[in-house]
Design a protein around this ligand. Sequence first.
Ligand code: ADP
Ligand code: ZN
Length: 608
Amino acid sequence: MSRKKFKKYTSGPRNLVIMAALLAASLLLLTKLTDLSQAIEKITFSTFLDKVQADEVKEVKISGAGIAGELKNGQQFETVAGGYEKTWDLLREHKVVFEVEPANGKMGYLWYAFLLLFPLIAFAGAWFAMRQGKGGTSGGSGGIFSMGKSRAKVFMPSTIKENFESVAGANEAKEELKDVVDYLRNPKKYTRLGATVSRGVLLVGEPGNGKTLLARAVAGEANCPFYSISGSDFIEVFVGVGASRVRDLFAEARKTAPSIIFIDEIDAVGRHRGSGMGGGNDEREQTLNQLLSEMDGFETHKDPVIVIAATNRVDVLDRALLRPGRFDRTVTVPYPDLKSRELILAVHLKKIKLGDDIDAVKIARGTPGFSGADLANLVNEAAINASKKEQDFTTMIDFEDARDKVMLGKESKSMSLTEEDRRITAYHEAGHALVSLMLPKELDPLHKVTIVPRGSALGVTHSLPEREKYNTNKVEMLAKIVMSLGGRVAEELVFNEVSTGAYSDFVNATRIARRMVCHYGMSDDVGLVIYEQDHGKYQYSEKMAEKIDSAVQGIIDSCHQRSRELLSENRSKLDALAAALLDKETLYASEIYEILGIEPRQDLRLVK
Ligand code: ADP
Ligand code: ZN
């Protein structure tokens, strides 16, 4: 973040900044000149095609109609192709590494002149940036020379190999993204009836769980260009550059619509505004504002540009990003459960030579808490182990060793679970779930229970609200507290010590209890006077505060007692549920009813 501080320098260090800029510029110039001394050969386009065909080309960079690259013998070359589209296919066929930049009318020979002027320009740039830093509001200058060019990587449909089949598991995410694909393929189908379809999709999940993969798969399925950029690429030293990159990016994407813009790590630009030190004229805020206005500016009758953004920090995002018409659709991309791990492994195991003893189910069982990327990594490490030993194929032992290595790597990132963690989590979630099943009249129906970690939570028990509730009564509130405490109670019953995993449950339980006492007059001791409102507090005496606290405590204690009774009376059910969770990791309500032999509750889905 040292970059952001740049514009905050006051006159003291200013000279220093200028000197640093000049020094950097001269260094850059020097390296550029040495580059040039390696004589770039100008070849005709037909020669270029011949050389590709003869597999003599190592790598190329395509920029508009210009192609620059390197032969396998080290010779650099340049050529001009008049937008001959088959080039890309040919390059792929001959496995030439290539990179495409959006056509931006690169200056060609002017480049040389530019190099000579570079120090001057850098100087002007530094000065400009400082002017901006002094509180000038003229941001969004269109960038300094070519600095505003979007920086995005562009992938044309013919180069995108991913589709939904490349993404194993993740069925819920794929299901949600199918609409987006259908819309991109056939926008008129929707606009015809006046439907507004979301233009922004937020993929939320921990790193390595396939967000980028999913976004590329959407592009592959919809057969449309894919512009990829990371949120941090927008943020630069020079104020206004980020905003102008956003503008360029959207302009490019609109030209090739229907198309997809993928912004990885959107939190780098999308953080809640006003949280930085820079005040209202922060570089990041300008970039964010530009992004918001580009998204608002989508014209519904034109071919769509869909923006897919990825993050694992929705909590820090500026709420404005999530408003209708912007990222109004959120798709969670969770850690894979057992079945999904098996499917992901299948995808990656295809790529290596396997011995007869390989058992994908067993590997999946042994890798709880692994992300898709961890699994891909595991397979690769196993193949490396086998290669080191000069085996002809990988065996389970190679996987065993590889797993230890990947686990160790994960250890530092603290998301690998010990067997004990899993057992505790399974009982904890089973406790919540069982309470909810035992109090069907008071609580919303169970939806699913999982011990697949998400974010900082090790497991989750989801209920489906049965109806919009405007009114809730004392009995229901008490039941909610009993359910909140069910996780901890299950731990108490089964293990000798209790974990710290119940913190948010207590917060929840206490909040409900306090509301009962202070808002709704549900405590006889405290009575019917309201002692708090959602906004602002009422004053009350020390003595009353004590009364309130003890009333809250009383409610929690009796609910705790109730929870203990419920769960110890049903200990065998608790054990069965926990065992099933350890085995399957995620259980839907229907499966739970079956395991426990409980009469299913009526299902409220509109369509089966
Ligand atoms: P993210 O963008 O969420 O950090 P990526 O999409 O970059 O994750 O995933 C990294 C790699 O992990 C992918 O390239 C792929 O090899 C592997 N991977 C992740 N999820 C899956 C999946 N569901 N199926 C197959 N491979 C996956
Ligand atoms: Zn809990």
